[in-house]
Design a protein around this ligand. Structure first.
Ligand code: NAI
Ligand code: NA
Length: 396
């Protein structure tokens, strides 16, 4: 079939298999161009199919020759219906890994469940024995709790009062005022259950008990801080409470890994266009202004540049891992530079529907959004008849 983007609100209902494959290949080329990293050898990536998790899997494999197991929750294709992009990304990743002689297997299912954890542990035992790095990169709006069966939903709300600010509909470029009602205690608790650190700790506990964590194993989860303008809806809102919990969990996990000399880190990453971040009000406007400035300064990065730098300059530089006063790795350092933030704050005040395509990088935002679904890549013939029924080798 000929596959075109079909937008519905903040998502695209279709994905292009060859475009997704091109995206994966581009990321692989980038990592290879930066040279070998003396990094991990056997890696589990939880949330491996898109965004920062996919970039982590690619950097592990093609930067450091690692065997990788990827866990994700993606929709398989059906006749006349495309798969979700993470499905095609993972199919392409496995093909490229195979060509390079690298072990790669994937598990598609709910990472929050006991079953998927057990299946993953069994696969590690059977094929790899142990892993020396576990990347935790889930972004999900819901979590069914494995003990209670309760389905928790996360929210993106301010805490303590209504928040009003500018936002943009990045499809139309319309800048408008958005007001978000404050969260109640239940919203906060639910968001912490979904996006906090409990599930990360469960993974590591169960992996350790099963003996599949190598001595000295490292685990890393991703967090975000961001600027003042987004604070009420992000870092000081419900999702921020979940990130506080995630960051606190890193210390608990490190304590629990003392006897195997293991270590848990949180890495604070840059704001980027992903399926997760596009759904957060205010953030797309911030990102489009930020991109404009960071590109002009030559310091713009996407997921792959961020994670390649995380591995090469932070985790596996051969020197002690640099952290901030809260023990966090910071690869949002360029985003948070004073000059960059001052410029964003100034543009923020000015931004309107009329001037955003000039003062902000709306085109870049839209392009990145299309790219998430495999559209807008050079070298892909989007008019050609394409097989949507692409399978993932290790799953089919
Ligand atoms: P994403 O939406 O691109 O990736 C989410 C991944 O989680 C996908 O692989 C998806 O299949 C998987 N997933 C979701 N629910 C699942 C489930 N129940 N079971 C198994 N897999 C599941 O998200 P993104 O943006 O890469 O986010 C990853 C982490 O990075 C999150 O913790 C996010 O808060 C953080 N982060 C994101 C930033 C951004 O601007 N996008 C900035 C800084 C941190
Ligand atoms: Na991810």
């Amino acid at each position: 079939m000929i596959i075109e983007p079909r937008m519905r609100g903040f998502i695209c209902l279709t994905a292009h298999p060859e475009g997704c494959a091109q995206n994966v290949k581009n990321q692989i080329e980038y990592v290879k161009s930066k040279g070998a990293i003396d990094g991990p050898k056997k890696v589990l990536v939880i949330g491996a199919s898109t965004g920062f998790g996919l970039a982590s899997r690619i950097t592990s494999a093609f930067g450091s020759n690692a065997a990788t197991i990827g866990v994700f929750f993606e929709k398989a294709p059906a006749a006349g219906k495309t798969a979700s992009p993470g499905w095609y990304n993972s199919a392409a990743f496995e093909n490229e890994a195979e060509k390079a002689g690298l072990y790669a297997k994937s598990i598609n299912g709910d990472a929050f469940s006991k079953e998927i954890k057990q299946q993953t542990i069994d696969l590690i035992k059977a094929d790899l024995g142990q892993v020396d790095l576990v990347i935790y990169s889930l972004a999900s709006p819901v979590r069914q709790h494995p003990e209670t069966g309760v389905l928790h939903r996360s929210t993106l709300k301010p805490i303590g009062g209504t928040f009003s600010n500018k936002t943009v509909d990045f499809h139309t470029g319309k800048v408008s005022e958005v007001s978000i009602e404050p969260a109640n205690e239940e919203d906060i608790a639910n968001t912490v259950v979904v996006m906090g650190g409990e599930d990360w700790a469960m993974w590591i506990d169960q992996m350790k008990a099963a003996g599949v964590l190598a001595p000295g194993a490292t685990t890393v989860a991703y967090s975000y801080i961001g600027p003042e303008v987004t604070e009420p809806v992000y870092r000081k809102g419900t999702i921020g409470r979940a990130k506080d919990h995630l960051e606190a969990t890193a210390f608990e996990i490190t304590d629990s890994l003392q006897d195997i000399d293991g270590k848990a880190y949180v890495s604070v990453n840059k704001a980027l266009v992903t399926q997760a971040s596009s759904a957060i009000p205010v953030i797309p406007l911030y990102i489009s202004l930020l991109y404009k400035i960071m590109k002009a300064d030559g310091i713009h990065e996407g997921c792959i540049e961020q994670i390649q730098r995380l591995y090469q300059d932070r985790l596996y530089s051969g020197k002690p891992v640099p952290t901030d006063d809260k023990g966090r790795i910071r690869i949002d350092d360029w985003e948070m530079r004073d000059d960059v933030q001052a410029e964003v704050a100034a543009l923020w005040k000015e931004a309107t529907t009329e001037n955003l395509s000039e003062i902000g990088d709306l085109a870049g935002y839209k392009n990145d959004f299309l790219n998430l679904f495999g559209f807008g890549f050079e070298g892909v013939d989007y008019d050609a008849d394409t097989n949507e029924l692409v399978q993932i080798k290790s799953i089919s």
